[in-house]
Design a protein around this ligand. Structure first.
Ligand code: UD1
Length: 445
């Protein structure tokens, strides 16, 4: 309407400007595992007592998870940046709203603890996301097997334990699910009787969560194997726990050393958690030495990189969260490699951006055929999801010229101070914050 000014607010769209071609050299410290800290923070809802978590990475997803806990009524203190002291004594709301679930699917991890402790939980049903449909049907079916009633009401999953407490049962997942296993483990920890989870996910993050739960008084055996046994207890108490190092951040820096023909000492990591990645990179010509139990020395071998096929599978095989970074590496390897993605149906969004930079990649179904070695050239590109953005940064670091990567808020979800870390290793990368004015009615679209 003429004469009336629209309401305007400012949005910040960060980009990375990378000038490639510099070999990365030096030492780098790995932070705590995002995918372990997320369920461990959710587990604090299981007790009215204080749970202290150390080595929580300072990344966007954890800030969101903290907000969720606070919205529910928990108190979260951070005496140090990476230490969270959570007391969920006065929880009065049992609900994870759509605003949070749509920005971070891991908010569904609140479902198990809320249902187990308070006998009720409401979590907005996550929609599709950039890497596929990602349903939570297996979580819900398992809750029903533990005696819960589950219904869908206006886009929310509403779960109730009719007798107030869940009841142990045998649960066999038809597909391996990481957060599904974690949700059920947390729920069953406070149930009555014994729960056995078969075909459980075996990721190190499951073991880490089980270790925390056992410190809180749970009785869980077999975490890290396909069969987990949980003897339910009546109440859980406070505990103190240090989150394991992030194996995907470790793998990403291993690829960074190799793709830039640099040499890195990667400290505070757990090589035994990423054996499949280490083995695959060695096959492809990367020299990896385990200096001790928490330090790796990585550099590109003198024979250069060789194309090697990879297939993503649940742990202990090659992780889907390293597929995009590995594909970037294969663009620099001699020969043809197949990258097969079996976990998520739409996780090749980075391929089209790599092609814009000069990569030779053909996608057919769940298989990407990468022909190398191709010279990558800087270009304006767009990040589509967390790990895709990591792969684009890696490609940009070895490309000739300037690459401008848009929508890097994805990488901020899971990589702590990534720009500072790469710069400390000699990379020419900077964050550019652009503010754009958006009319309120525009932003609603
Ligand atoms: C977790 C990780 C994510 C990783 C993924 C696979 C966290 C916070 N996220 O995600 O980084 O990429 O494991 O290693 O830990 N599925 C169903 N129904 C369900 C649950 C899953 O069909 O109820 C399917 C999914 O669509 C997918 C497969 O099972 O195809 C594995 O998914 P899942 O292991 O559950 O992934 P997340 O736990 O969401």
């Amino acid at each position: 309407m003429p004469g009336i000014l629209p309401t305007v607010f400012t949005a910040f769209m960060d980009k990375f400007l990378v000038r490639g071609g510099k070999p990365l050299k030096g030492k780098i410290e790995i932070g705590g595992a995002k995918n372990s800290a997320l369920p461990c923070l959710a587990a604090t809802l299981l007790t009215p007592e204080t749970v202290t978590l150390h080595n929580v990475p300072y990344v966007k997803d954890l800030i969101t998870q903290r907000r969720l806990l606070e919205d529910l009524g928990a108190t979260v203190l951070t005496p140090e940046l990476r230490t969270h002291k959570v007391t969920a004594r006065n929880v009065q709301i049992y609900e994870a709203p759509y605003e949070l679930v749509k920005t971070m699917r891991a908010s569904v991890l609140a479902l198990g603890p809320l249902l187990a402790r308070f006998g009720q939980a409401k979590v907005s049903l996550p929609g599709g996301c950039a890497i596929g449909t990602r349903p939570i049907d297996l979580h819900l079916k398992a809750f029903e097997q533990l005696g819960a009633t589950v219904s869908l009401e206006s886009g929310d999953v509403v779960a109730r334990a009719p007798k107030g407490r869940l009841v142990g049962n045998n649960i066999e997942f038809e597909k391996v699910t990481v957060t599904g296993t974690e949700n059920v483990m947390m729920a069953a920890a406070l149930g009555s009787g014994k729960t056995v989870i078969k075909n459980a996910a075996q990721e190190p993050e499951i073991e880490d969560l089980a270790e925390l739960l056992n410190k809180m008084g749970a009785r869980i055996k077999g975490a890290g194997t396909p069969v987990i046994e949980i003897e339910g207890v009546e109440a859980l108490g406070g505990a103190e726990h240090t989150i394991i190092p992030d194996r995907i951040e470790t793998g990403t820096f291993m690829v960074a050393a190799a793709i830039t023909h640099g040499e890195l000492e990667i400290k505070s990591c757990r090589p035994e958690h990423i054996k499949a990645v280490i083995n695959k990179l060695r096959e492809a010509g990367v020299e990896i030495e385990e200096l001790n139990q928490s330090t790796l020395h990585v550099r590109c071998g003198s024979g250069g990189l060789k194309a090697k096929d990879v297939t993503t599978e649940p742990h202990p095989d090659f992780p889907t969260d390293m597929q995009a970074q590995y594909m970037a590496l294969m663009t620099q390897a001699e020969g043809e490699s197949k990258v097969i993605e079996t976990i998520f149906e739409n996780r090749f969004m980075h391929a089209s951006e790599l092609i814009r930079m000069g990569a030779d990649i053909n996608i057919s179904g769940n298989t990407a055929v990468v022909r190398g070695k191709t010279k990558l050239m800087g270009a304006p590109i767009i990040a589509s999801d967390l790990r895709a953005s990591a792969s684009l940064v890696l490609a940009a670091l070895c490309a000739e010229g300037e690459t401008l990567i848009d929508r890097v808020y994805h990488i901020d979800r899971g990589y702590e101070t990534i720009v500072r870390k790469f710069r400390s290793l000699g990379a020419d990368i900077q964050r550019i914050t652009e503010s754009i004015a958006i009319a309120a009615d525009e932003s609603a679209k």
